[in-house]
Design a protein around this ligand. Sequence first.
Ligand code: FES
Ligand code: FE2
Length: 398
Amino acid sequence: MAPPADAGRFSRPLGGSVPPSAPHRTPDGQIYWDPEVLRSELDQFFYRNWLCVGREEDLAETGDYVTRTVGRESVLLVRDPTGAIRGFYNLCRHRGTRVVLEDGGKGARSFICPYHAWSYDVTGRLIGAPHMRGQEDFDRKEYGLHPIRVDTWGGFVWVNLEPAGPSLKESLGPFFTRFDRFPLAGLRLGGRNVYEVEANWKIIVENFSECYHCAPVHPSLNRLTPYLSGDNDASFRQNGGRSLFSGGFMEFAQDFQSMTRSGYTTRPLLSGMTPEDRKRVYYYVLFPNTFFSLHPDYLMIHHGWPVSPSHTRVENEFYFTPEAIAAPGFDPSDAIGLWDEINRQDWAVCELAQQGMGSRAWSGGRYSDQEELVRDFDEFVLSEYTRSRPAPGTSLDP
Ligand code: FES
Ligand SMILES: [Fe+2]
């Protein structure tokens, strides 16, 4: 969808000149439509924070690899012979060509650039470069794939395109400690949906951060977990700053057991579930773009990948215990089908909000008392626009 014809009214220059909105007012439309804002967000949020990009099970054996698109970047992840997962920018050191074109594969020994056939091993070393022998100032050792930082938690693989900075644990440790008691690393993918949503990635985060809309938009969800149930996790403000996650939980009405079409489940619950946990669904946003939703019998993950200011690709994955998957007649559609319905309801209202926020009449609205986490997210985003950060590192090689 093209920006509105009068998008020029959003022509305030960025970088130090976007003022934080008043605490009770939602942002105006510029940050949802302006390509320069998205460019700045990719640089400041997506390329400088830890991003959850996959599962260790996707990289089970040496040479197994996946590629992921993050904004303008393509990232290559591969299991090396020592068992470590390595990450690289997916571009050739000769003339910058994309090296690996497929989404993933098994047992690679090397990656060969499709242009002039420079080749790299699974540790990123340049191992073949035709007609380069004896070229001035050329040392093969200096032309390996550019590495990126990789870490894991809970069976998930995370990358950070910033060469230095806080570790994954320093960034999200307080979130991890809330869920370390569950056997998340052992869960296995039971289903996946991908959605192309005509809305800015922040609208999708904002939408996930409140259930004010749940009664009018999600009757099935509201029946199982009434929108006023549960509580917010007050942890998002720590040491005067904002943590990189926010969320809380909702509680099942009556004797409902899980987010399924019936509200009940015959699947075994995740070990580690206390009686309190069994009455709850935990919902967290891991800044900038992952949603973590833990149900008594499954884990749901959303990733929102910005494609343009008004387009986000949302990946929605469902992880179950190996026992549940191995059980005769395993059928996750009771959960996945319900969430597909809820997702589509969400995307519809997100798209309507995106459209309205492009109007010349839109100059921001008001938060209700149900939108504390939305306000916190918006304030955090706006404050990050004006925070000066060091230029991206130029020393990418170890
Ligand atoms: S660009 Fe890769 S070999 Fe030339
Ligand atoms: Fe929703």
